[in-house]
Design a protein around this ligand. Sequence first.
Ligand code: NAP
Length: 382
Amino acid sequence: MSSSTSSRLHLPSSWHATTTKATCRWRRQGLLPVAAAAAPLRLRAVHATDAAAGQPIDAGSGADEGPDDQHPRLKIAIVGFGNFGQFLARTFARQGHTLLAHSRTDHSAAAAALGATFFADPHDLCESQPDVVILATSILSAKAVLHSLPVHRFRRNTLFVDVLSVKEFPKNLLLASLPDDFDIICTHPMFGPESAGGGWRGHPFVFDRVRVGDCPARRARAEAFLDVFAREGCRMEEMSCARHDELAAATQFLTHTVGRMLALLGLEPTPIDTMGYQALLRLVANTCSDSFDLYNGLFMYNQNSTELLNRLESAMDEIKRRLFDELHEVLRKQLFEGSPPLNTDSPGSSSPPLNTGSPSDSSSATKSTDHDQDAHDDKSGQ
Ligand code: NAP
């Protein structure tokens, strides 16, 4: 265990603790000289050796100084500083939070460009005593990465957050792996560099307060973290991890699956692209810019995804069945009800003469032309 360390979470005057009755476990243990109920609220979360218990030491982290005094500033560690970790860090940095980063790959240059401190060694990261640790690694590597962290070297009340695109899996993982004193919020920012490069306003942010200690300081820290997204204009959607996974399989996994299927067709822009087709091209670009690991994780770690794949396959079969049933109906009429027979004039021709030049055929040809105009462009382009 390291010697006495502390970090401070400064809250503005508008940020009052809502409950003062609750007992704070830290206080019972005498580790936290609490100012939590004071207004303006100025919280000091402390981890100390027995000898120094109750004597907060200002670590001078700088986390309390920032450009905007209306919101609390946090010391945030991002574990997994790849595509999405850096995307989050850009907004955190703009809001004035102190940023720490750790990743398998050396992202120190990218971290420096964002004003973040990069730690190659997870022990050094832990000893920097962040208020919040964000697990932003791939779904597939999350368990190994979490287990590689010496979590007992974090402050004992650290808030752990994950941003994985599936939710039941990290919830169970964090509950099983972290000490009981750690707070846990499972989140899914349902946007990324492709869809929200211009800002987060209006994008859904799903979260589940899985475990937040019954103590004003811990609740205030959790709210301060959620406020990072709320103040950017995210649509804050609180729901259980299980509900998220149900909905995400039916929406996000479906979207990514269709995008990846279309990508296999090698779609290209043409001079006659309809709005609907342009939407498909955008879908391919949006979904395939994410790593295959991410897509694979959506399948492997969401138990609802297999059912979605099966339903998608059934839907394709159903569409084909309807088309071929229609075709068989036409052929049956020709065979049994005296309609003109199959066109066997040209040698080698096997195609049924669907357009025979009869008045009824010409009307169906006209209808077909109308559909080619993409009459539903307005809808399909959304
Ligand atoms: P990703 O491919 O899902 O994850 C890349 C990250 O995982 C990198 O930080 C990478 O570290 C790390 N990683 C991969 N394999 C590893 C291993 N074997 N050991 C240690 N680290 C490993 O792509 P991403 O877009 O950055 O997503 C990161 C997380 O955010 C995922 O859980 C994803 O579900 C979630 N998310 C992504 C989006 C999005 O739009 N992209 C949106 C919401 C949530 P290094 O870079 O150091 O190699």
